[in-house]
Design a binder for this molecule. Structure first.
Ligand SMILES: [Zn+2]
Length: 249
């Protein structure tokens, strides 16, 4: 997948809007096993090359790298409110959601199988970016991000969910199923797994259920990270890069 871009809100002159982008594996400069458009500085890729790739991603939403806040998800539910580019403020455990009301600031969520989500209420100029895997579902990172957006004035939120690993490719051990069932039964996909004794998780379905319950208007980008050679997949490849989603006011 090459970079896909879109817009939340009004396309009329003077109308309020937010711009988003979703990156894939194609169109960057990293060498194997991080080829091509790896956006993560924490996976072992060459730092100068990662910066070039990050600049390509920034330009897809009309920004420079200095105006991005790039989140390293840690599978928790902490939300950072940010107002300037650079690394998010360091707190215990790190962050899995970024929220801002600052125009021209790009929020970036990275992943390779987890669900990337960008959120926006363009009318009230509030945006967010979220990283959510199964631990994020259990921890409640999506509701936490929405709650922070509402505190900052969001009313009607729209979301775009990027490609993640599908249920067919994500059989999990019973203890993980138990944890997720307790939090969000919509994320259990009993029908999807090829072997009847295993249960599969559909984290994307869980995220969609959470967003729908909160009244968010959702668009989902097609694609399974583990099945598409145009996307990074940790479960498929282990040592690999990260794609991302970006959003800006
Ligand atoms: Zn799949």
């Amino acid at each position: 997948m090459k970079i896909v871009t879109g817009q939340f809100g009004s396309v009329a002159p003077g109308g309020r809007s937010a711009i988003w982008a979703a990156t894939g594996r194609l169109g960057g400069h990293s060498r194997p096993p991080f080829d091509e458009l790896n956006l993560a500085s924490y996976v072992g890729d060459e730092p100068p090359t990662v910066k070039v790739n990050q600049q390509i991603a920034a330009q897809s939403i009309g920004l420079d790298l200095a105006s991005l806040v790039i989140m390293e998800g840690v599978h928790g539910a902490k939300v950072a409110v940010v107002d300037r580019g650079g690394p998010p403020p360091q707190g215990a455990g790190g962050f899995d959601a970024l929220v801002t009301t600052t125009p021209g600031l790009g929020l970036v969520t990275l992943g390779a199988d987890c669900v990337p989500i960008v959120l926006a209420d363009p009318t009230n100029s509030v945006i967010g970016a979220v990283h959510c895997g199964w631990r994020g579902l259990v921890a409640g990172v999506v509701p936490a991000a929405l709650a922070q957006m509402h505190i900052l004035g969001a009313d009607q939120v729209h979301a775009v969910i990027g490609p993640s690993i599908c249920a067919n490719c994500y059989p999990v051990p019973p203890e993980r199923v138990a944890a997720v069932v307790a939090a969000l039964p919509e994320a259990i996909s009993a029908a999807a797994c090829p072997e009847s004794k295993v249960v599969c998780l559909d984290v994307g379905a869980g995220v969609r259920a959470e967003l729908a319950a909160a009244g968010v208007i959702v668009t989902t980008l097609e694609g399974c990270t583990a099945q598409s050679t145009g996307l990074f997949s940790y479960r498929r490849d282990g040592l690999t890069g990260r794609q991302g989603m970006l959003v800006r006011l």
